[in-house]
Structure formats: C-alpha cells, structure tokens
Design a protein around this ligand. Structure first.
Ligand code: UDP
Ligand code: MN
Length: 481
C-alpha cells in the first residue's frame, strides 16, 4: 500500500496536509519528503559527528595544520555547513575562549601558557588547558624557545622562569641544585625555578621606610650557582654599574641582550659600598646567571675635579673574581650603557688570547677600529690616539681567561683615557700577530659605544598624599642618586 504510506508520511510530516489522492501529486510530494528526510538525517549525522570530533583531543599535526591554514584546514570547514556553528559550540563546551583562539591563533596562546607559570596554573583545571599543554609540547614553532631553555638549563641550573608551578610545595629542597648534565638540565631547571617561586624570601633587610614586603624583597640568595660548561666555552661578562636614574633601565636592556647568549655568567659590579636590593631584584627578574658584587671607586678619584677612572675598580674586581673562580672561557668588559649585537658573543667565546673588532661611536669619528690590510693588523683608527699602544674602545676586545691567568699582574690602571691601553699592555707578552680579528675581519660593526643622556633625579614622592597607594611601591623602584 504505497499510496497509503506516502499519504500517511505526508500527513505526519505535515507537508501533504490535504491528503489528496492524486497519484502523480502524491509521488512528487513523497519524493520531496524523502529528500527532506534524507537531508535532515544527513544534517543530524553531521552534527553528531562534529560533536564527536569536538570532544576528541587535538592531534598535534592537526593543530599545526590549523596554524598554517592549509587548504585541508579550510576544506574541513567548508565540508560541513554547520561546522562553523559547531566550532562555536565547542568553545562553549569548554567555557573558555582559549579553545577558540587555539583554532584561530594558537601561537600566542600556547606560548603564554608554556612560559608563564601563573597562566598555566590559572587554566590548569579546565579541559581547554589540557589541549593547550599538549600543543605547547608538540608544536614545532615552539622549538626555539624550548631549546634556549635547554641551553640555559645546561649551564645555569635554573634561572629561566618557564615551568608551570604546580609542584610548588614539594620541590623546595631543590632550590640550590646545580645542573651539571644535559640530561637533567631541563628537569632540574624547572624544579629549581618552581622552588625559587615558592621559597623566595627577604634577601636584604628592608628598611623601616618600606611600605610592605614586596617583590623587591624576594631574594637573589635563592639563585642557583653558575656551573660553566666546557662547550661552548663560557663567557664572563664584566659590567661596571653605578647608581643613577638610568641604572635600572640600562641593566634591563643589557640583561635581555645577554639572555640570548648561552653559557654566560654576568658579573655585575657596582661602584658602591654595599649592594642594592633593587639591582638584585632587577637581575633576578631578567634571569641571566649573574654574580652581583661591589667595588667602590677609591675616594681620591671620587673627589677629583678632573676626569675620573670610571668603572675601573669594578672591572678589576671582576678580574679578581675570574682569577679565583674561572678556569677557561673568555672575558669581556660590557659597560651597562653600550649596545651589543649578540653575534659578537658567539664569535668572542673562541678567543684564545686577545680578540679585537670595531666599535661604533657616537662621535664624529664614527668608529674605533683596528686597521686591517692584507689580512693583517697594521694600526688603529680612533678619534684620539693619545700615545696609546692600543687605542681601542672598552667594547672592542675580549680576552681568554687562561691567557689572563697566565699573567697574574694584569689589571686595569686608574688612568682616565688609558684604561683599555693600560690593561692590554699589562697582558704582555702579546704580539700584534696574535690578536684575533673578529666581526668579519673587522669589516663589520657589532658593538656600539652608546651613551644615555644623563637625567636629573626624580623629585621626592609626597608620601602623605600617596599613602597606601601603589606609588609607595613604585617609589622603591626609582633610583635617586
Ligand atoms: N661607572 C661606574 N662609576 C662611575 C661612572 C661610571 O661604575 O662613577 C661605570 C658605568 O656604569 C659604565 C662604565 O663605568 O658601565 C663607564 O662609564 P660611563 O659610561 O659613564 O663612561 P663613558 O662611556 O662615558 O666613557
Ligand atoms: Mn658609557
């Protein structure tokens, strides 16, 4: 009884409301109905399938495809007319906008998750976070960041704040762990970082004037020890610094440059009688392995009206540290206000005796450089020669630690204008032919002797007016000479 069925179906579906007995009409309407039912069933199937897919964890390859917006990615979305709807639905299911952004622009989202402990924790409980973590771990675009993490882990045993902080309470005992092997590097790094977060305590006695305990008080004493790796040769960067309004900014800028360099110990030496918690805090925050020391300029030079030997006591203190603590690698004097292309660090670390290269100047001379002819060092170009044997800039040479240690009396003289020359002379015997020429045989400029404009100190904060506000905290971050 086909006719009956048709009519019946039509009646049920409400399409053939009249129940007309005309055979052709009934057949036509029935076909329409079948088609409608088929389409509806297909849609329901697709909807169910999309929902099923949306519940599946993302495969890494799929995510990469999504990032790259390949044709298959686009095609997969064109395939189903309701997939857009379902995509929105899936973000609703996860009650978290991060899933949506995983599909659209996962790079930012996942990087943040992987590099920020706070963020990782925040989303740690949601289903979206599970996806994000697996993304971060497998995504190919994440490799640069994780490899730098590894490089750092190899040598510093935990200065990078990259790990999520789930195991905060259980890992405090690893705070002072020092990483010595490649295999344990990353893991220890993460644990130690966790411990640092958990156990940061007051490192310096805070004065009575401080508003409350703040991030400034978190100690650099919880840092781990730098253990130099043999390969690539360690770099020791000696940076003189002194208190002034620009100090924090200078150290921050230099610090983040150095953060790109592996197997490096930053010797920050302040021209002061005691260390400054603000400097320690700044160095901690940057996360480059460092030693922070003081070496005040002798009083007689401080008092003089004439040019002062700036940063000399600091640099000599750095040399003393190396004589005691270093066995190999290379030292370099990096003033806190100069500018450095990181490729020079990779070149200088293989110095066997003394290496030299051009330094960009902000004077009318434009550059200070060894003069090279036929591949040989034949002289020096500088705005001022002044009878110097080595008329070079402080930013233009590096010295092997072994070479230095073979010359126990080598140091920098308190002689303004002759600091570099005096130090290099004290490294004798050193033949001109032994000087290694870097930066494309001195045809390139990779360091600059820049100078920051000196500024007047900020005026004192009106403590009564701004009592119990954030300005009380900010005030502690200002350097007032
Ligand atoms: N410096 C110092 N004490 C001072 C003046 C300068 O320790 O009283 C440091 C300063 O931070 C820098 C280096 O010594 O790293 C060279 O000083 P500056 O940049 O003032 O010298 P310039 O580059 O102008 O010759
Ligand atoms: Mn300078």
């Amino acid at each position: 009884m086909k006719g009956y069925n048709y009519i019946n179906l039509g009646t049920h579906s409400g399409i053939n409301a009249s129940g007309n007995g005309n055979g052709k009409m009934t057949l036509g309407k029935s076909i329409k109905m079948y088609l409608t039912i088929f389409i509806l069933t297909t849609c329901i199937y697709m909807a169910l399938y999309q929902y099923h897919i949306s519940r599946e964890p993302f495969a890494a390859s799929e995510v990469v495809k999504h990032q790259e917006k390949t044709s298959s990615y686009i095609a997969s979305y064109l395939w189903s007319p309701i997939s857009l709807l379902m995509a929105n639905g899936s973000s609703n299911i996860n009650t978290n906008s991060t899933t949506t952004s995983t599909t659209i622009a996962p790079i930012t989202t996942t990087t943040t998750t992987a590099t920020s402990g706070t963020m990782g924790q925040k989303v740690g409980a949601s289903s979206a976070s599970i996806r994000m973590v697996s993304l971060a771990a497998t995504r190919s675009t994440f490799i640069p960041s994780s490899s730098s993490e590894l490089r750092s882990g190899l040598v510093v045993g935990g200065h990078r704040k990259t790990a999520t902080t789930k195991k905060t309470t259980t890992t405090t005992s690893t705070t002072r762990t020092t990483t010595t092997s490649a295999a344990s590097g990353l893991a220890t790094n993460k644990l130690t970082t966790t411990a640092i977060t958990a156990t940061a305590k007051l490192s310096a006695k805070t004065s009575a004037a401080t508003p409350t305990a703040s991030h400034l008080d978190k100690g650099h004493k919880s840092r781990t020890t730098f253990v130099a790796a043999s390969e690539p040769p360690p770099l020791y960067i000696i940076t003189p610094t002194y208190r002034r309004p620009e100090q924090t900014a200078e150290l921050t800028r230099l610090g983040y440059t150095l953060k790109h360099v592996t197997n490096l110990l930053w010797l920050v030496i302040e021209d002061a009688n005691k260390t400054n918690p603000l400097v320690a805090h700044t160095l901690d925050r940057i996360g480059v392995p460092y030693e922070y020391m003081v070496a005040p300029m002798p009083e007689k030079y401080k008092q003089t009206k004439r040019a002062k030997p700036r940063g000399v006591s600091n640099r000599n203190r750095g040399l003393e540290y190396l004589r005691r603590n270093a066995t190999e690698g290379v030292l370099y004097f990096a003033d806190d206000d100069n500018t450095y292309d990181i490729s020079i660090f990779e070149q200088m670390r293989y110095t066997t005796k003394v290496a030299m290269w051009p330094v960009g100047l902000v004077t009318k001379t434009g550059v200070s450089s060894p003069i090279i002819q036929d591949g040989k060092l034949v002289g020096y170009y500088d705005g001022w020669i002044g009878g110097r044997k080595y008329p070079v800039d402080m930013a233009g040479f590096a010295v092997s630690v072994k070479f230095l240690k073979e010359r126990p009396n080598a140091q920098m003289p308190f002689k303004p204008g002759y600091e570099e020359d005096g130090f290099l002379r004290s490294l004798a015997p050193l033949d001109n032919t032994e000087i290694e020429l870097l930066a494309d045989d001195c045809r390139d400029i990779l360091t600059w002797h820049t100078q920051t404009k000196k500024n007047a100190p900020a005026q004192a904060l009106n403590r009564t007016r701004y009592k119990n506000t954030n300005l009380e905290h900010i005030d502690r971050l200002l350097v007032r000479p």
